[in-house]
Structures are given as structure tokens and as C-alpha cells.
Design a binder for this molecule. Structure first.
Ligand code: 5GP
Length: 144
């Protein structure tokens, strides 16, 4: 999927937004959804998306929607910081398959980093245990 591909309304995150695919949610507003990444690179890895913006990547999102999205990224990252006390937090966003993007609905990754623990591989490996994701999500939600 290259940078100029049009938005596919059947993508996985569109299905998560409408509840067709289950997700462990952290935060939801009229325009924003934050949920746990099912293939986490570290404990607390989560994703933040805009629910209405049908943007494949950074280049086709409206500036106002992007502003709402990045404000939500900060809010969620703050809750990850407060809830999980990581040593660092990586914010990531990929545009196009050659850059590592695998889901074509614009999203930001919030990835806690813990000293002495390596990050897992991006978007690979087995899915996380839902109970474990819920446990971690409870700590993040409590800090929101
Ligand atoms: P990208 O590679 O596009 O930057 O990131 C997509 C992210 O979505 C990856 O980190 C991957 O683990 C995550 N992901 C893929 N499928 C699902 C899913 O069905 N549910 C959830 N919660 N995350 C997913």
C-alpha cells in the first residue's frame, strides 16, 4: 500500500470503530478512540485513532481532525505514563507499507519503554492474552 492509496472502509480499525471486531478500549469520545494494540511491542502499547476521519495516513487528514487526534495522543500518553510508570514513551506513526504501515486508517502508537526490556517486533508475533490486556488497560484507564 503506497502513500496515495484511497481509504478502504473495510479496514480493521474501521471495523473496530463500529464494534464489528472486538477491542480493549481505553478512551472514547465523539471523535476519538484509543485501544490496546493486540500485538503489543511492550506492556501498555496502545493506539489512538480518529473515528470519523477517513484518512489512510498523515497526508490526507484534515488539520482540525489531526489537531484533535494529537491532543488525544498526548492525553493517552499521559495516562500511560501515570498508570504504568515506564522509563520512556515512544510515539510512532507510519505512512505507507515501505515505512512499516500495516493498517491503513491513520493512527498513532503510544509505546511505553521500560529500561532493560527490549521492545517486541512491530505488528507481529502472537496476539496478546485478552485478560492481560484488560489488566493493563485498567491501570491506564484509572489514570485518564
Ligand atoms: P501500523 O503497522 O499500521 O503502524 O500499526 C498497526 C498496528 O495495529 C500494529 O501495531 C498491530 O499490532 C495492530 N493491530 C493489527 N490488527 C489489530 C487488531 O485486530 N486489533 C488491535 N487492537 N490491534 C491490531
Amino acid at each position: 500500500m503506497m502513500l496515495d492509496q484511497s481509504y478502504d472502509p473495510e479496514n480493521i480499525f474501521a471495523k473496530i470503530i463500529c464494534g464489528e471486531i472486538p477491542s480493549v478500549n481505553l478512551y472514547e469520545s465523539d471523535s476519538i478512540l484509543a485501544f490496546m494494540d493486540v500485538f503489543p511491542q511492550s506492556e501498555g502499547h496502545c493506539l489512538v485513532i480518529h473515528k470519523q476521519a477517513t484518512a489512510t495516513n498523515l497526508f490526507d487528514v484534515d488539520d482540525d481532525d489531526l489537531a484533535a487526534l494529537t491532543a488525544a495522543v498526548k492525553k493517552v500518553a499521559q495516562a500511560v505514563r501515570d498508570g504504568l510508570a515506564p522509563d520512556g514513551i515512544r510515539i510512532a506513526q507510519f505512512n505507507g507499507a515501505p515505512a512499516g504501515q500495516t493498517v491503513y486508517h491513520l493512527h498513532f502508537h503510544v509505546i511505553p519503554v521500560y529500561e532493560g526490556r527490549n521492545l517486541g517486533a512491530h505488528a507481529s508475533g502472537g496476539p496478546a492474552d485478552t485478560e492481560q490486556l484488560e489488566k493493563t488497560a485498567t491501570k491506564i484507564r484509572a489514570a485518564l
